[in-house]
Write a protein that binds this ligand. Structure first.
Ligand SMILES: NC(=O)c1ccc[n+]([C@@H]2O[C@H](COP(=O)([O-])OP(=O)(O)OC[C@H]3O[C@@H](n4cnc5c(N)ncnc54)[C@H](OP(=O)(O)O)[C@@H]3O)[C@@H](O)[C@H]2O)c1
Length: 268
C-alpha cells in the first residue's frame, strides 16, 4: 500500500540484504528510489546507501501507512516491532532468520498480514533463492507482493512456515557449502601442481559454468553428471572416490544438521 506521500515501501535496516533488495527493486523498475523509505540508525550506512542508490528517502524512524520490509538482524526485530505497531503499517515482510511469524504477529495489531522469508546471500548479485511463508492473515495477494519484492533479486518459492528450517538447511546455508567445495577444489588443484591463481580461476569458472548448465539446460542433475562421465574415464575415477567416501550421506547429514540447528535457534 502506498501512503499519502507516495511511499510504496519502507525498509527497516539498510544493511547488506536491505540494500541488495532495494537495489533490485530500483533497477528492475519495481519502485522509484524516492518511493522507498529506509530506516537505518547508522549514519555511515545512511550515507553509504544514499551514495550507492541516489534518491532514496533515508531516515531514523519508521513512517505510517506503508508496506514494510524488515531487514534487521534477528535480535533487533523485537526492538523495531513496537515502533511499527505504533505508527501502523498495512503489511510486513520479514527476512530475519529464525524469527517466527507468530512472534511478529503478536507484536503488531491483530490481523496485520505478515509474510516470512528465508533469502540467501546470492541475492547480493541478483541470483538469490528465497522461500516465503504466509502468516495467519496473509492473503494470496500479500504473498504475490512479497514474491514481487524478492523476485527482483532472484527466484522465489512459497512453502509452509514448518518448511522454513529445511529451506534454511538447503538454500539458506547452501552457498556456504558451495564456497567450501570451492576452497577444497582450489587446495586440491594446488596439490596437483597448479599455481594458486590458476587453481582459483579454474574453480570459480567451473562452478559458475556448472551452475549455469544446471539452471539453463533443464536437464536432471544426474543426467548432466552422466553426460560428462565416460566409463573408465577421468571423471568416473574422481566420482568413485566421492561414492566410496559416502558423499550423498555426508550431504544428507550436512543438511540435517543445518535444518536442526535452524529449528533450535527458532524454538521458544
Ligand atoms: N546475510 C545473509 O546471508 C542472510 C541470509 C538470510 C537471511 N538474512 C537475514 O537478513 C537480515 C539482515 O541481514 P544482513 O546480513 O543484511 O545484516 P546487516 O548487514 O547487519 O544489516 C542490518 C542493518 O540493520 C540496521 N539496524 C540495526 N538496528 C536497527 C534499528 N533499530 N532500526 C533499523 N535498522 C537497524 C543495522 O545498522 P547497524 O550496522 O548500525 O547495526 C544494519 O545496517 C537478518 O535478519 C538475517 O537473518 C541474511
Amino acid at each position: 500500500m502506498t501512503n499519502e506521500n507516495g511511499k510504496t515501501l519502507q525498509v527497516i535496516g539498510g544493511g547488506k540484504m536491505g540494500q541488495a533488495l532495494i537495489g533490485g527493486l530500483v533497477s528492475s523498475g519495481w519502485s522509484a528510489p524516492l518511493a522507498i523509505h529506509v530506516v537505518e540508525p547508522s549514519p555511515e550506512r545512511r550515507s553509504q546507501i544514499g551514495a550507492d542508490i541516489p534518491g532514496l528517502d533515508i531516515a531514523e524512524s519508521p513512517i505510517a501507512g506503508v508496506d514494510t520490509l524488515i531487514a534487521v538482524k534477528p535480535n533487533i526485530v523485537p526492538l523495531v516491532l513496537p515502533g511499527l505497531a505504533e505508527v501502523g503499517v498495512p503489511r510486513v515482510l520479514s527476512i530475519a532468520a529464525g524469527v517466527k511469524i507468530s512472534a511478529i504477529e503478536a507484536a503488531l495489531p491483530a490481523e496485520t498480514p505478515v509474510v516470512r522469508c528465508m533469502p540467501n546471500t546470492p541475492a547480493l548479485v541478483g541470483e538469490g533463492m528465497a522461500a516465503v511463508a504466509a502468516g495467519t492473515s496473509a492473503s494470496a495477494s500479500d504473498i504475490e507482493w512479497a514474491k514481487s519484492i524478492l523476485g527482483s533479486v532472484g527466484l522465489v518459492v512459497e512453502v509452509d512456515e514448518t518448511d522454513i528450517d529445511a529451506v534454511t538447511g538447503v538454500s539458506g546455508s547452501g552457498p556456504a557449502y558451495v564456497f567450501h567445495l570451492a576452497e577444497a577444489l582450489i587446495a586440491a588443484g594446488i596439490e596437483q601442481g597448479l599455481s594458486a591463481d590458476v587453481a582459483d580461476t579454474l574453480t570459480r569458472q567451473t562452478l559458475l559454468g556448472a551452475a549455469k548448465l544446471l539452471s539453463e539446460s533443464g536437464e536432471d542433475p544426474a543426467q548432466l553428471r552422466i553426460n560428462v562421465t565416460s566409463p573408465g574415464g577421468t571423471t568416473a575415477a574422481g566420482l568413485a572416490v566421492f561414492a566410496s567416501a559416502g558423499f550423498e550421506s555426508i550431504v544428507s547429514d550436512v543438511v540435517r544438521a543445518a535444518t536442526e540447528r535452524s529449528r533450535e535457534l527458532g524454538a521458544g
